[in-house]
Each structure stands twice: as C-alpha cells, then as structure tokens.
Write a new protein. Structure first.
Length: 147
C-alpha cells in the first residue's frame, strides 16, 4: 500500500495556511506540525494582526504544538513551513528540539542558513518541497504591495 502522507502532502496543508495569511494581508507563510502522520498544529503568520514581530508561523506552530503535547519539546515532530525559517525561528526550533523541518521556498536574504543560524544537531532539514508554488505566492504578495 502506498503511503499518501508524503512531505508534499503535508506541505500542501501548510500552503493552504500561507494562502489564508495572504488573504489577511500577512506575509504568506504557513506552517503545520505533524506527529505520527497527524496534524497537531496549523498556523500562519500573524505579525500584522497581533502587531508582534515574533508572531511568525513557526513560532505559532511551536506554541500550539507544545500546548497540544503538554511539553516544550517537539521530539518526533515534523514542521512543514512554506518558507525557510528565519534566524529567530531557527533558534526557537533549536530549543524545541524538533526532529524534522521541511520547508518550501528558500529565503536567500533572511533565512537561517544564510544568516548562519543553527538547529539542534539531530534535526533533519529538507528544503525545496513545493518550492515554486511557495516562492510564487511570496513574490505575488510583495508585487501587489509595491503597486
């Protein structure tokens, strides 16, 4: 039997969250957290709504997942996020000890890899899942803002 719960399957769910952010006028980043093929957190950027620079999708996902699990560590969890995490989010993911991060588009200006950010040594990172779709949504958002 074929496993339908692939990285692309879950990234599509994160992408749906990014589209919700886009419609709200938030930078379109969506995130979900999965454990045992089950979505336990579904979030998107809320920086404008909350007037809070730390309200990134990843930060919301960490908080929601920790609340669901009843603990601060996200071992055996996978974060799916439509944009490479920034240095702030990478730091929080380091402390949460998340097992795996799957991101869509690379953030060549503010992504943790460009900025020299670190993750927990055991964290697995997979990039480029639905990269074109995630990157296109981001480009469309900023093109509309610059009109």
């Amino acid at each position: 039997m074929e496993n339908i719960f692939t990285d692309e399957y879950f990234m599509k769910k994160a992408f749906q969250e990014a589209e919700i952010a886009f419609e709200k006028g938030e930078i379109p980043v969506g995130a979900i957290v999965v454990v045992d093929s089950r979505v336990i957190a579904r979030t998107h950027n809320l920086t404008e709504l909350l007037n809070d620079v730390t309200a990134h999708a990843e930060m919301q996902a960490i908080t929601s997942s920790a609340n669901f699990l009843g603990g601060k560590y996200l071992k055996d969890c996978t974060l799916y996020v439509t944009l490479e995490p920034c240095q702030m989010c990478a730091g929080a993911l380091y402390w949460a000890q998340i097992t795996k991060i799957v991101y869509g588009a690379r953030d060549e200006h503010r992504g943790f890899m460009t900025m020299g950010g670190k993750l927990h040594p055991k964290t697995i990172v997979v990039g480029g899942v639905m990269e074109n779709e995630c990157g296109s949504l981001m480009k469309r958002f900023f093109a509309e803002r610059r009109k």
